[in-house]
Design a protein around this ligand. Structure first.
Ligand code: ZN
Length: 275
């Protein structure tokens, strides 16, 4: 805690590694913007099947499941000292990015996590957040992983927004690339979790896959403490690029954040219920 002095060397730190060359997939502006309609409670049927099946789904389909939500970064001062992440060292925490208008990633992640928490609790899940507010200094990245482990979470999702070049649009899910002797056992379930959230997020929000990183909305990394140190299925989602005007407008809109949360809840539900 006390050593908040160390300069934060890794600029965008654990997640928003944005210095990626633009690949420009050429207009992945696929406005598949389906409204998050569906069920009477605003829940999307995981299969889009509609009818009585989806009714049953929405009630208490996550009863007995524990989900840890990790709102990226934190509102307080960055600690920034180095912590061991299994195969090297990373900054304890980083400040994250923000939109041009000054909407910060940590505030975005906090708000979206609150919405997601509500949606998941409504389905009977036990939900644990890695930080209690958006004002203090949050836990280090290794401690965030430990919170998922201690709670024996069925699934963990770390919520972020990217700080890539302004021309980069879209979202991507980060899956753990297994590190030998460290997190190999979570690779397969995390991959399934990632696919489920990727699919639900895309169809529920209409956000395109990132056009500057990854393949079909998926990236795989072994340099994130939050993934390396996890013993339970875990992914990160970079919900959009805060440095891009179109994405920033969406991320800054409360109604859209609600859509994001409902979509992520649908993906988590699909993964956890095998639907
Ligand atoms: Zn971030």
């Amino acid at each position: 805690m006390a050593n908040g002095r160390k300069a934060l060397a890794l600029a965008l730190g654990s997640v928003a590694v944005a210095s990626v060359g633009l690949v420009s997939c050429g207009g992945s502006e696929t406005p598949t913007a389906e409204p998050p309609t569906a069920g009477p409670n605003g829940e999307r049927s995981p299969n889009g099947a509609g009818g009585s099946e989806s009714h049953r789904q929405s009630a208490a389909s996550l009863k007995g499941k524990t989900i840890v939500l990790d709102p990226g970064h934190n509102g307080g001062p960055v600690k920034g000292h180095q912590v061991f992440v299994g195969n090297g060292y990373k900054a304890c925490d980083t400040s994250g990015t923000s939109t041009d208008a000054g909407y910060s990633e940590h505030a975005f992640a906090w708000d979206t996590s609150q919405r997601l928490q509500k949606a998941l609790r409504a389905q009977g899940a036990k939900v644990v957040l890695t930080r209690p507010n958006d004002t203090g200094s949050g836990p280090c990245v290794d401690e965030r992983a430990e919170i998922g482990n201690e709670n024996k979470a069925d699934a963990v999702i770390s919520i972020h927004a990217d700080g890539a070049a302004a021309s980069g649009r879209g979202f991507h899910v980060i899956k753990p690339k297994p590190v030998k002797g460290l997190n190999e056992e979570i690779a397969a379930p995390s991959s399934r979790l990632g696919d489920a959230v990727r699919d639900a997020y895309r169809s529920g929000t209409g956000m395109p896959y990132a056009n500057y990183i990854g393949t079909d909305g998926i990236t795989v990394r072994d340099d994130l403490g939050g993934l390396n140190m996890s013993k339970v299925p875990k992914i990160f989602i970079e919900t959009g690029n805060m440095r891009n005007k179109t994405d920033a407008a969406k991320l800054s809109d409360a109604g859209f954040r609600q859509r994001m949360a409902v979509s992520m809840a649908a993906g988590l539900t699909r993964y956890l219920t095998g639907g």
